[in-house]
Design a protein around this ligand. Structure first.
Ligand code: C5P
Length: 232
């Protein structure tokens, strides 16, 4: 399983995305498409990106009853995305159903990744709002283990957690890690950040990088720098 830099395409619509992609003439990219763009433009945006030859991590974070998730995953599988995801909080039964729905008749399927606890959830909110009173890092590892036991391919986590996830879930269990910044760039609203080079050292399999590339004065140069630091 190769490592890659995934660009988080948090654009409001097709026009902004196309303007961004046009700068990368002839290059095959790995793009993360989230709810905003998908809900604004619909599945056609996915087909268009695939027509341009790029790979897609469709970040829709499904969480519903197993049967509904299974059917929704079958639709995403037909869209030919490369990675999609679910909330591990949906239970092992839901994750197993997701995997089933995703698997095509010929046995192939996109990679399936779990979201553990969102980084926006603090220990305090988890305890008070969700009545989960275990330590946050224990909950994250438990959810990761549930995902691995359900046959999923990996989790989204911080690069700082990648080593522990690999220890608990196995070396080949993928860690997809956002929160990446160049040593000399703006941190923005991210709290715990690491450089692409450090993420590589910590064992991240895929890094998800948004604004350090999309908001750079020269996005192509920023992307190349990121690839060089992470893969080089
Ligand atoms: O612009 P930036 O590099 O911060 O973008 C990171 C991307 O990763 C965004 O799309 C963000 O929603 C996503 N993400 C994150 N932290 C998580 C999960 C997803 O930053 N824990």
């Amino acid at each position: 399983m190769g490592k890659a830099v995934i660009i988080a395409c948090d654009f409001a619509g097709r026009k902004e995305l196309e303007a961004f992609l046009d700068q990368f003439e002839g290059e095959t990219l790995y793009l993360k498409i989230g709810m905003e763009l998908f809900y604004a433009e619909g599945p056609e945006i996915v087909r268009e990106i695939k027509r341009r030859g790029h790979k897609i991590f469709l970040d829709l974070k499904l969480h519903d009853i197993p049967n509904t998730v299974k059917k929704a995953m079958a639709v995403l599988s037909r869209l030919d995305v490369d990675i999609c995801n679910v909330h591990a909080a949906g239970t092992k039964a839901m994750m197993e159903a997701a995997l089933e729905g995703l698997t095509r008749e010929d046995g192939t399927r996109p990679l399936l990744i779990a979201v553990t606890q969102l980084t926006s959830t603090s220990q305090e909110r988890m305890t008070e709002d969700l009545l989960i009173d275990h330590p946050l890092d224990e909950v994250v590892m438990h959810y990761a283990k549930n995902a691995a036991d359900s046959g999923l391919d990996g989790v989204v986590c911080s690069p700082l957690e990648a080593g522990k996830v690999h220890d608990v879930c196995g070396k080949s269990f993928l860690t997809i890690t956002p929160g990446v910044r160049f040593a000399d760039s703006e941190v923005g609203d991210q709290v715990r950040v690491t450089t692409p080079e450090k993420a590589k050292e910590l064992g991240s399999d895929y890094i998800v990088v948004g604004r350090p590339i999309t908001a750079a004065p020269d996005p192509v140069a920023a992307y190349r720098r990121c690839v060089k630091e992470f893969l080089g």
